[in-house]
Design a protein around this ligand. Sequence first.
Ligand SMILES: NC(=O)C1=CN([C@@H]2O[C@H](COP(=O)(O)OP(=O)(O)OC[C@H]3O[C@@H](n4cnc5c(N)ncnc54)[C@H](OP(=O)(O)O)[C@@H]3O)[C@@H](O)[C@H]2O)C=CC1
Ligand SMILES: CC(=O)N[C@@H](CCC(=O)OP(=O)(O)O)C(=O)O
Length: 350
Amino acid sequence: MVHDITRAAIVGATGYGGAELIRLLQAHPHTEVTCVLSSSSSGTPLSGSFPHLTNIVELELEAIEPAAVKEKADVVFLATPAGVSAELTPRLLEQGLKVIDLSGDLRLKDGAVYEKWYKRSPASDDMLEQAVYGLSEVYGEKAAGHSVISNPGCFPTATLLGLIPAVRAGWIDPSSIIIDAKTGVSGAGRGIGLGTHYSEINESVKAYKVNAHQHIPEIEQVLGAEAGQEVIVTFTSHLIPMTRGILSTLYAKINGAHGTQEFIDLYRNFYAGRPFVRIRENGIMPATKEVSGSNYCDIGFSVDERTGRVTIVSVIDNMVKGAAGQAIQNLNLMMGWEESTGLHFVPMYP
Ligand SMILES: NC(=O)C1=CN([C@@H]2O[C@H](COP(=O)(O)OP(=O)(O)OC[C@H]3O[C@@H](n4cnc5c(N)ncnc54)[C@H](OP(=O)(O)O)[C@@H]3O)[C@@H](O)[C@H]2O)C=CC1
Ligand SMILES: CC(=O)N[C@@H](CCC(=O)OP(=O)(O)O)C(=O)O
C-alpha cells in the first residue's frame, strides 16, 4: 500500500522529548520532520542545540506561529512543559492541524483536578473532551481519525499497562493498590536544577513529590473508569542515578485465589497481538535495561500466597514508550497505519 508522506512539526524541539521524537521519526517510513519550533532559540540550527543530530537533521529552529506551521506540516507534536498545550492546541486545531500532546495538559478530564495537581489553569472543557487519552494498547482504537491525542505520562504508562488487565478482570482489589516507582533523570527534562544536579543524584536514591505527584490523579482517573468505582492509590516516585528508564512495582490484594501462572495467562491474552507489551514467564522480573531505547513495556508477576498479594513489575524507557515512542504509536493509530510502523527498535544491551 502506498502512503503519502505526513509532515511533522515538533514544538519543544530543544528538549529531550523533542529530540527523541526527531531521532525516532528518522526511521518512520511515512513521516518526515519538516519543522522544528522553539520559544527561545528560533533562527538557530537544531544541531546547535543537539550536536548528535549534525548532518542528520539540518533544520533551523523556527518561532511558534500556527499559521506558518500549517504551511509546512500536517501533524504537530507538543513536547512542551505543562501550560503550553492548553493554550496552543486550540490555535493549531483552528489551522486544521492534528496535535499529539506529550504534556499533562489534556490528560485529566476534570479541569478542577488539573488545577489542584498542576497548580495551573486548565485547558477548556471542550479541549479536554476532544482529547483522546492515548494509552495505545488499551484505548488506541479510539485514536483513529481523531485530531488531538493526549499522550499518557511516563509513570502512568508503566503503571496502567501493569494494572489494567487485573483491574478489568476483577482479580485485584482496587482499593489496595500501592505503586512504588523509580525513574531515570531524563524524566525531568533538559532543564538544569539542583534536584537533578550530578553530584546531588549520583550514588543516591530519593523519593520525591510524595503524595503530591501530578501522575496520581491520572492513574486514578483511568483505574476508576476501569473498575467502575472511585479508585484511590498510594504512589511514590523515586529518582535513580541512571539516564533512562522507569520501573514501577505494583502491589495489590488478590480477589479470590489466582496464582502467578494465571496472572501471566491473563495478561498474555489481554495483550495478544499488541507488539510492544511483553510478558515475562515463571515469576521472572524485567529490568529497565531490557527495554532501553525501545518502545517495549515488559511486565513480570509474582503471587505471594502468604500475604494474598500480587507483585507486578512493569518497565519502560521513559523517553520512548513513556513519551516519544508512544506518541508515534498514537500517530500510527490516528492515521490508520500499523501501530508498530517505524518503531521496531531492539533494546540497547547492555
Ligand atoms: N522526559 C520524559 O521522560 C517525559 C516528558 N514528558 C512531558 O513531555 C514534555 C516535554 O518534556 P521534556 O522534553 O522532557 O522537557 P524539556 O525541558 O527537556 O523540554 C521542554 C521544551 O519545551 C520548550 N518550552 C519551554 N517553555 C515553552 C513555552 N512557553 N512555549 C513553547 N515551548 C516551550 C523548551 O524549548 P524552547 O526554549 O526552545 O522553546 C524546552 O526545550 C513535558 O510536558 C513533560 O512533562 C512526558 C513523558 C516523559
Ligand atoms: C524525574 C522527573 O522529575 N520526572 C518527572 C516526569 C513527569 C513528566 O514527564 O511530566 P508529565 O507530567 O508531563 O508526564 C516527574 O516525576 O514529574
